[in-house]
Ligand binder design. Structure first.
Ligand code: ADP
Ligand code: MG
Length: 399
């Protein structure tokens, strides 16, 4: 690791400002899904165990430039207190007198959650004054919000100009370790599986991954843009006409042999699952039908390829998995990743919908790593430097 982590700092008795990703869904004034809170627990527990005074900051939702009750982090404080079995104090503003007083009143091991940083529009503007006001609350900074690391905001980037050292939390470290190793030193064969709705959102991912992988398996709607580019019949499937040239370029490029397309597809008359679909050769979708999933021959072939892989990176569902009748390909792929993990492969899942799919399959604990950052993991896989990561204090000397 080129940046500092919790291991590099002494936190005993210090006020530690921790940026977490508590952007959780709320319903009826309660946390509806606490996955992201649970993901931050290792860092929070480690800091408390070392006698730190923990100050937690996060955004939640997209408030329109001021406080909005429905985006308050107060319910998160309650849920966090339940999960830890310890009181969590709350400051109704993330900066100013109340927050400063609350941060100074903390004893070793105490916890304070600050109200939504996006209640101040200066957060997203990465405003210097606001960054400084946040920095005033802590003695050092920990970033554990991988899911927000692709944004240069005050609490993820600006604050590090006024508060140092800035070190990675355990979740941040784990995310960067898994995704970073896949890109820089993967065990081989390295197989990537890309699906989802649009090729346009994933062009940079394809271009960054293709030279690095041994095989890139295509699924989801993007397969039809490739198939159309080959002059095949795609019926009413989602095809991005303006990406056909790009698809042709990829299909004729130097890494074309690594690009693997489905051989069969499930073609349905509607998108609601009323028609459970017809399995057809991938390039022979009838005019009145739309490709909604990969077919059984493709599932078998992809599973076989994954069985021999040492590193697997999966982003994007194989079909419209929200409809149970069209979820078989995605579920089969989830199973194939779990099986590959059992025989020693490192398996990594990036992307919000893919994470939801592996959870729906009940296999999220049977793969090596499910990234908590949808957009952030995608940008990382595109080869971009994430501002929140670049802002971490470099590790001097040694590794
Ligand atoms: P992720 O969030 O994992 O990066 P995406 O957002 O790229 O994944 O894609 C997920 C969406 O792709 C899902 O809503 C799914 O319904 C859609 N999708 C997958 N296959 C198809 C298809 N054949 N036609 C239309 N949409 C599809
Ligand atoms: Mg998505």
């Amino acid at each position: 690791m080129r940046f500092q982590t919790l291991e590099d700092v002494v936190v005993q008795g210090k006020r530690v400002f921790v940026r977490v990703d508590f952007n959780v869904p709320l319903a009826g004034g309660k946390v509806a899904d606490d996955t992201r809170i649970v993901a931050a627990l290792p860092t929070i527990k480690a800091l408390r165990a070392k006698g730190a005074r923990v100050i937690l900051a996060s955004h939640l939702g997209r408030p329109k430039g001021g406080p909005e009750a429905k985006y308050s982090l107060r319910p998160v404080a309650d849920r966090l207190a339940e999960l830890l079995g310890a009181p969590v104090r709350f400051s109704a503003d993330c900066i100013g007198d109340e927050a400063i007083a609350a941060s100074r009143a903390l004893a070793d091991g105490d916890l304070l959650l600050l109200e939504n940083v996006r209640f101040h529009p200066e957060e997203e503007k990465n405003d210097a004054e606001f960054s400084r006001a946040l920095a005033a609350l802590g003695d050092l900074y920990v970033n554990d919000a991988f899911g927000s690391a692709h944004r240069a905001h005050a609490s993820t980037e600006g604050i590090t100009r006024y508060l140092s050292p800035a070190v990675a939390g355990l979740l941040m470290e784990k995310e960067l370790e898994y995704l970073g190793r896949a890109l820089s030193a993967p065990g081989r064969p390295f197989v990537a599986v890309l699906g989802g709705s649009k090729i346009s959102g994933k062009i940079d991912v394809i271009q960054n991954l293709l030279p690095r992988v041994d095989a890139l398996l295509i699924g989801g709607a993007m397969m039809f843009t490739f198939l159309r580019a080959q002059g095949k019949a795609t019926g009413r499937s989602l095809v991005e006409e303006d990406r056909l040239d790009l698809a042709r370029t990829l299909l004729s490029g130097s890494d074309a042999a690594k690009l693997i397309l489905p051989t069969d597809t499930l073609a349905a008359l509607d998108l609601e699952g009323n028609d459970t679909g017809l399995v057809v050769p991938a390039g022979e979708v009838p005019e009145d039908r739309m490709g909604v999933d990969i077919g059984p021959a493709t599932m078998a072939r992809y599973s076989e390829i994954l069985r021999g892989a040492r590193t697997v990176l999966w982003n994007g569902p194989m079909g419209i998995f929200e409809v149970p009748a069209y979820a078989h390909g995605t579920m089969a792929l989830a199973r194939a990743l779990a099986d590959a993990t059992k025989v020693g492969a490192t398996t990594i899942i990036g992307g919000g919908d893919s994470a939801a799919a592996i959870a729906a399959a009940g296999l999220e604990h049977e793969v090596s790593h499910v990234s908590t950052g949808g957009g952030a993991s995608l940008e990382f896989l595109e080869g971009k430097v994430l501002p929140g990561v670049a802002a971490l204090s470099p590790r001097t000397g040694g590794a």
